[in-house]
Design a protein around this ligand. Structure first.
Ligand SMILES: [Zn+2]
Length: 292
């Protein structure tokens, strides 16, 4: 009887050992917020699949390695149709070249956004149609879409400015009576010369001196497709290629470019699509466990 018991215990333990090996079925999880400007924190728990591609909102890119398998952060586009359903598609590959596709339907939820009316001088308004501004935008967009492997940030993002917030993320803007799209970042009204600090670790990938629309601007790449942008600075204290630590001064608040008063415009992106910066202040613990 005792031997039987011991034998069944042995079988049970063997079974436990065999289970993960038998069932290496990748587990797809999507955390985060499904409203426009929200972040989908996508994770694939797998030991077998070591690379893959995501397809979402008309774009695609490489999944990056995580301690549990693969992951990516994705933006729900600000102009996504609310109430509609979008499909996230992941194409996974293992070391032997075997492929597997995973899909998930995502319903885009509503989020109320106020309308903000702005009055701008004719000289500022003219900057929006300056061909030089288009050339500068191309450079900035390339920097925002630059996927750099490996996370350069640890833990949650902090505020880049101590100034009071003057315009929230995602508001719909009307400039001089004309619809001007969504506010793709958030604004802090502060005095000219107040410090602007890196909210998290990263590398400076663009320093734009005196851009027509954006003024003095900086892009920080945090790795894995996550970037941040700082506009209208009065001063830039970093150079391209410089590694920055959280809290390190990037420059100072100013009123350069198409700006109607001293302020910092701070914007964050996954793969070049704007995301609500406040969502980076609380990453899902399970999505980035190595950062704790
Ligand atoms: Zn702004």
């Amino acid at each position: 009887m005792r031997r039987m018991k011991r034998f069944s215990l042995l079988l049970f333990l063997l079974g436990l050992l065999m289970l993960p090996a038998r069932a290496d079925q990748p587990v797809l999880r999507v955390r985060g917020n499904t409203w426009p400007g929200g972040i989908l924190f996508v994770s694939v728990e797998t030991g077998r699949f070591t690379s893959g591609t995501w397809h979402w909102a008309g774009q695609s890119g490489a999944l990056t390695r995580a301690p549990y398998g693969l992951r990516t952060g994705l933006a729900v586009p600000l102009d996504a149709s609310v109430g509609g359903t979008a499909t996230l598609r992941l194409a996974l590959q293992d070391a032997d070249g075997q492929a597997l596709e995973l899909t998930r339907k995502i319903r885009v939820e509503n989020k109320w956004r106020p309308v903000q009316h702005l009055t701008m001088s004719a000289s500022n308004e003219a900057k929006y149609t300056d061909p030089q501004a288009d050339r500068e935008e191309v450079r900035v967009l390339a920097a925002l879409r630059d996927l750099q492997p490996g996370a350069r940030w640890m833990g949650n993002f902090q505020e880049p400015s101590q100034g009071p917030r003057s315009s929230p993320f995602g508001v719909r803007r009307v400039r001089n009576g004309r619809t001007a799209g969504f506010h793709r970042g958030l604004d802090y009204a502060d005095w000219t010369g107040a410090p602007v600090v890196a909210p998290a670790g990263g590398v400076v990938t663009l320093v734009g001196p005196d851009y027509v629309l954006l003024g003095n601007c900086v892009v920080v790449n945090h790795g894995e497709g996550l970037t941040s942008l700082y506009l209208h600075l009065s001063r830039i204290d970093v150079r391209e290629g410089q590694v920055v630590q959280p809290g390190q001064v990037l420059g100072a608040v100013g009123n350069t470019g198409a700006s109607i008063g001293p302020h910092l415009h701070y914007a964050t992106y996954f793969h070049g699509e704007p995301i609500d910066p406040d969502l980076l202040r609380a990453f899902p613990r399970e999505w980035a466990p190595e950062a704790r």
